[in-house]
Design a protein around this ligand. Structure first.
Ligand SMILES: NC(=O)c1ccc[n+]([C@@H]2O[C@H](COP(=O)([O-])OP(=O)(O)OC[C@H]3O[C@@H](n4cnc5c(N)ncnc54)[C@H](O)[C@@H]3O)[C@@H](O)[C@H]2O)c1
Length: 312
């Protein structure tokens, strides 16, 4: 099943992630049937899609495509005659199992059911499905209408053919799918983020630097390189002509000492409150919606520069 055979996508759950997916699908000319259980979900979705639309890549805007958006509060009706389901509801195991069961019963058996779940395993989510072979993880990065990464993996009952079809579908939307060779809690990118986040909290709690400066240490430093190459290739270059083995010669002992020292605080409620207060203090003048809009416009500019560079 190629992307062009998919004409209608059902988006289940229209919060932060579902709305951004909806914007991307529409911009590729796909029709979207969205569903959510919140009373005001339809109006909020329409507003969120318009906000996302403002930061879509110019090439997509120039293409001038826009599929039709329809909302149905009835999950089963929203799944009727769909070609692909992207599930983005609440991140709770019992809710995901129940939803997958209902989506599975409401869709034809060749329709891929992809979950955006940040950490729940497909094996768990497909447990109550009569046709679990088409249930996959399609985990995006926020906001999916801009950030290319999608993490793909199946559960024990998923069939490879559906993973290939999902990979092809996402690639056709300009996404960059990566395949996990096995399931792991939090997948790949969230685990990498968690490692940085945990150390950021450790540095904050230890009074080493302010919240603003810890964030700047990423955005003005390694974050710039990470937009171009990952942590492995970055250190390969740090090792000079000998590459990664040169890196270990030079920095192996330092890495060993650092790994032993890295923070291991657990996010109990008191720690969570202190971190929330510190971040709130540093951004108190700017509302989250404005910060997100600014981030999206800058992401769009960054992606344009990266694309131009790789074409050179
Ligand atoms: N926020 C992120 O940065 C991010 C990134 C990647 C993946 N995800 C994943 O995406 C999913 C959604 O996250 P979010 O941040 O958009 O959450 P959110 O709270 O903004 O949205 C979830 C939406 O799902 C709806 N919902 C709950 N139960 C439902 C049901 N039974 N049927 C239909 N809709 C239902 C809620 O009303 C809500 O609108 C989660 O699984 C999360 O792990 C989140």
């Amino acid at each position: 099943m190629e992307k062009q055979e998919i004409g209608t996508v059902t988006v289940v759950g229209t919060g932060t992630i579902g709305a951004s997916w909806t914007c991307l699908f529409l911009a590729h000319g796909l029709d979207v049937v969205a569903t959510d259980i919140r009373e005001d979900a339809e109006a909020e979705l329409i507003a969120a899609v318009e906000r996302c639309w403002l930061s879509l890549p110019q090439s997509l805007l120039d293409a001038g495509r826009r599929g039709k958006l329809r909302f149905s509060a009835d999950l089963e009706a929203a799944c009727k005659e769909t070609d692909f389901v992207q599930e983005n509801a609440v991140e709770r195991l019992d809710a995901k199992i129940e939803l997958m069961h209902r989506i599975d019963a409401a869709t034809s058996r060749d329709v891929i059911i992809a979950s955006s779940s940040s950490a729940i395993s497909v094996t768990d989510m497909q447990a109550a499905c009569a046709h679990p072979e088409r249930v996959v993880l399609g985990h995006p990065f926020n906001p999916p209408h801009l950030v290319p990464l999608v993490e793909l993996v199946g559960g024990v009952r998923t069939e490879e053919v559906f993973l290939k079809q999902a990979e092809c579908f996402y690639a056709g939307l300009g996404k960059v799918p990566i395949r996990l060779q096995k399931e792991i809690y939090g997948h790949v990118a969230n685990r990498l983020q968690a490692a940085i986040f945990r150390e950021a909290i450790h540095l904050l709690e230890s009074g080493v630097a302010s919240a603003e400066d810890i964030d700047r240490a990423v955005t003005e430093g390694p974050g710039l390189r990470w937009a171009l190459m990952g942590p492995l290739l970055t250190y390969h270059l740090a090792g000079g002509e000998k590459g990664m083995s040169g890196f270990w010669e030079m920095f192996g002992p330092m890495q060993e000492k650092l790994w032993r020292e890295l923070g291991s605080e657990l996010p109990d409620p008191a720690l969570q409150a202190r971190v929330a207060a510190a971040v709130q203090r540093s951004h108190q003048d700017t509302a989250s919606l404005a910060l997100a809009a600014d981030r999206n416009l800058n992401l769009r500019r960054l992606l344009t520069v990266r694309t131009a560079k790789s074409i050179d």
